[in-house]
Design a protein around this ligand. Structure first.
Ligand code: LLP
Length: 443
């Protein structure tokens, strides 16, 4: 229970002499004291080193850009860290774009996604000089063309192709079509038609194709099928329209370890395999190998983040057959981590404020919301002497936790604190009830 598996916890995580968890050289008891709980703690050196690892590994594999997928978690500080480490940023809304702009990330390092970008969002992107807008529908071709014409610029675009491959962890499903809202079908002629329309519009220039097959992917098998289909599509476009696809963006989705038993391919290995896969597909279809681009989100911030909670109540509940389930309630829950309730996600949790020699007990760690599905960790082994006031730490919560947080039950969303070299600084402050009341304008 005390051990911190190095592939699950941030790289700077260790135990101090009293069993306390140290993150980036900082005692989490001090963090809880100073910033309160629940608290998101992000190890800056870890984020930076993962960003660098992605940049280097994917550059070796033929990528000219690695865009950090901001939806995983974005703040001004994080935008600066990843950009300083050589990454661009993939934004999927005007709000995410505004954060990247405030961080001073230049337009050429940005790429914009979204299946229903508003005209205002498109204009904001075009006016800021966002390097690439990913076209997701026919309506959008006209909208982006109009915004670019109005701004007097030629906007670079990619067309998002759905290739009938859905990947998750080590499984993937390949079909002819994909029944989902993103992109245009690679098999029904829609992408070719989009390319034809874009070529006729003087305010647009096509730089390439885009394909994203899913999230939390552990191996390259899904990418192999997707790359073959998108390369075949590039060849058809070249044959029929004489247009060369210069850039291939294969999206994100590289998985991380939430549990000790999770074993995703390491960055270098995954990058190498994907690079080889694309090279092989291009040789097979006889097209010039395009520049590659990728959009990892989770794999950059996920493992670098930890959530700290304080234990509030401990309740043994008698089940049938005389068994007892111990419910441990913490001071957050589904408002700061919806992933357990939404996806049945599993997390690693540990006692973070002290050492305990007590026998482990199997318990369910739950939040404080008015809902029985408000579970943080469904089955957790924690010391039998766990008590109110103890601090618990949940690993690998850097991605899709704060960014998907809500104010359910009017809970203010937690702060995000960056730790580095033994110091801590707040990068997103905790919301207050006043912040929430400020939105209610009824008199
Ligand atoms: N590019 C595109 C076009 C995407 O849609 C996504 C994620 C990414 C890149 C980044 O994927 P990543 O490398 O982070 O897996 N809320 C879910 C994940 C949703 C992912 C949506 N798109 C979760 O918590 O597991």
């Amino acid at each position: 229970m005390r051990e911190l598996a190095s592939h699950v916890w941030p790289r700077g995580a260790e135990r101090g002499g009293a069993g306390e968890l140290m993150l980036g050289g900082v005692d989490v008891r001090d963090l809880a004291q100073e910033f309160g709980t629940p608290l998101f703690v992000l190890d800056e050196a870890d984020v930076r080193s993962r960003a660098r690892a992605f940049r280097d590994a994917y550059a070796d594999a033929g990528a000219s850009w690695v865009f950090y997928a901001a939806k995983a978690f974005l703040s001004v500080a994080v935008a600066r860290w990843v950009h300083e480490e050589g990454l661009g940023i993939d934004v999927a809304s005007g709000g995410e774009l505004a954060v990247a702009m405030r961080a001073g990330v230049p337009g050429e390092a940005l790429l914009m996604h979204g299946n229903n970008k508003s005209m205002a969002e498109v204009q904001m992107a075009v006016e800021y000089g966002v390097g690439r807008i990913v076209i997701d529908s026919f309506e959008e071709i006209a909208r982006v063309a109009e915004a670019a014409a109005q701004a007097g610029v030629v906007q670079q675009v990619l067309v998002r192709a759905t290739v009938g491959v859905e990947a998750h962890t080590h499984e993937y499903i390949a079909t002819a079509h994909e029944d989902q809202k993103f992109g245009l079908s690679a098999s029904g002629g829609a992408v070719e038609e989009a390319v034809r329309r874009i070529a006729k519009l003087p305010s647009l220039t096509l730089v390439g194709l885009h394909s994203h097959i899913g999230s939390q992917i552990f191996d390259a098998a899904g990418f192999e099928v997707a790359a073959a289909r998108v390369v075949a599509l590039a060849q058809r476009i070249y044959d029929e329209q004489g247009i060369e696809i210069e850039e291939l963006n294969l999206g994100g989705g590289m998985g991380i370890a939430y549990l000790d038993s999770d074993d995703p391919l390491d960055v270098q290995e995954m990058a190498g395999q994907i690079g080889d896969i694309v090279a092989k597909a291009c040789a097979e279809y006889g097209i010039t190998a395009p520049r590659l681009a990728f959009e990892p989100g989770r794999a950059i911030v996920g493992p670098a983040g930890v959530t700290l909670y304080e234990v509030g109540t401990i309740k043994p509940v008698e089940l049938d057959h005389g068994q007892v389930r111990t419910y441990v309630s913490v001071d957050g829950g589904m408002s700061d981590n919806i992933r357990t309730a939404l996806y049945g996600a599993d997390y690693t949790i540990t006692l973070a404020s002290r050492v305990s020699e007590a026998e482990p007990m199997l318990c369910r760690v739950v939040g404080k919301h008015c809902e029985s599905g408000d579970v943080v960790v469904r089955d957790a082994w924690l010391p039998g002497d766990l008590a109110p006031g103890d601090l618990l730490a949940v690993a690998a919560t850097g991605a899709y936790c704060r960014s998907m947080a809500s104010n359910y039950n009017y809970l203010p969303r937690p702060a995000v604190v960056a730790v580095a070299d033994g110091g801590a600084r707040e990068i997103v402050r905790r919301e207050t009830v006043e912040d929430l009341l400020g939105l209610d304008v009824a008199t």
